[in-house]
Design a protein around this ligand. Structure first.
Ligand code: DGJ
Length: 370
């Protein structure tokens, strides 16, 4: 190549890369690579989103390329956005520790981080599912970290199994057969509950929900993932009060995502098939503790039976739009975890019923056409 052509080629490639990195997005393309402001695919799996002072903050598991699989080698990644399409890399909000005896030692499993803001303490509180390094999925603990700034750094506080020694709360209407009897446990799940009663209940896939009155709840898969627990958090959101209910006992629900609409609580979850997708399931209730009514799969159309290849992680209420909720799911790629994709799809309501259908490409004006 002549010198002039070489220079021309270099300038063109430079321009192209600048344009690619800074091209503003104005739609969602579920399942495709989603570049951040640096042109790098967003790395925030099993995530949740917090809206604060005009910006959305997306927190999720930072995965690494290659053989580390699902191990946490870096921590919890944070991104920010004003429009939900374009995300700025805010860096690592919670770093795993280099100290091998730390609960969050590098190489632990740290999943599904969710951040909420506590108006009383003015702190940001991050909860996550934690498995101790080298113990696979045995520990089943809840972990908590706090920060004065939304994008961190977050300081790890503690990890434990919630509600040791405490029996469940039964909201009015709980069927008699769902009430736990540790003298004579009925079935597997109740057996696990009673086994874990002294040391605290297992806490794996999880979310955190803040209600209109400022009370926060930790909703997690417990009892070897067979039953969900809805557990009240303390006023500062960094501990459990001991009040909790059991939801859909023995029916193995993972990946809970909770939201509220017109005074009704909704939850979308999945079955338990590891990284492989299965049919989503949804529930509704008039009290956060339940009883929760099971309604089956909210997804319709082709691949609805595998949630379009994804697994729920969060439902995002869109600010400034009425009845606008986005279903957020992970399309896991366990062989190369960093390549996992995000499925964002609008939820359609019909009265109190919901439906989710596949869309190749869509934008927020979808919510205006009602
Ligand atoms: C499914 C869960 O939803 C994920 O968060 C993860 O724990 C995998 N199972 C592990 O197999």
């Amino acid at each position: 190549m002549k010198l002039f052509n070489k220079v021309k080629y270099l300038i063109c490639s430079l321009l192209l890369s600048v344009l690619t990195v800074h091209a503003q997005r104005s739609s969602f393309t579920p399942g495709e690579i989603w570049p951040d402001d640096k042109g790098v695919h967003i790395n925030a799996h099993g995530g949740g989103i917090l809206y604060q002072k005009g910006k959305y903050y997306w927190f999720g598991e930072h995965k690494v390329a290659g053989g580390a699989g699902n191990k946490a080698m870096v921590g919890v990644h944070c991104y920010s956005s004003k429009d939900l399409y374009n995300w700025k890399d805010e860096g690592i909000a919670l770093k795993v520790s280099e100290d091998t005896i730390s609960d969050i030692a590098k190489g632990c499993i740290l999943e599904r981080p969710k951040v909420v803001y506590n108006k009383k303490t003015k702190k940001y509180v991050m909860w996550f599912h934690l498995e101790l390094r080298g113990q696979s999925y045995k520990a089943a603990r809840a972990g908590v970290a706090t920060s004065n700034n939304v994008n961190g750094p977050y300081t790890f506080i503690k990890s434990y199994r919630p509600n040791a020694g405490i029996m469940p709360f039964y909201p009015t209407g709980t069927p008699e057969e769902e009430k736990v009897n540790c003298v004579n446990p009925k079935g597997r799940s109740e057996g696990f509950f009673c086994r874990d009663l002294p040391g605290g209940q297992m806490a794996r896939d999880m979310t955190v929900f803040v209600d209109d009155d400022g009370k926060a709840y930790h909703i997690f898969s417990s009892e070897e993932n067979a039953t969900l627990h809805v557990a009240e958090l303390t006023d500062d959101y960094t501990g459990h009060t001991g009040k909790f209910s059991r939801v859909y006992p023995g029916k193995s629900t993972e990946a809970p995502a909770v939201f509220k609409r017109n005074g009704v609580y909704y939850m979308i979850g999945s079955g338990t098939t590891g990284w492989a997708p299965n049919p989503a399931r949804w529930f509704s209730a008039t009290s956060i503790y339940g009883p929760w009514t099971y309604h089956g799969n909210p997804c319709i159309g082709e691949k609805a039976e595998i949630t379009f290849g994804g697994q729920s992680t969060h439902v995002l209420p869109v600010q400034g739009k009425k009845d606008a909720f986005i279903f957020i799911a992970d399309k896991w790629t366990p062989k190369d975890a960093i390549d996992g994709r995000y499925l964002w799809l609008p939820i359609k309501f019909n009265g109190n019923n919901m439906e989710i259908s596949w869309k190749e490409k869509w934008d927020l004006t979808t919510f205006d056409a009602k």
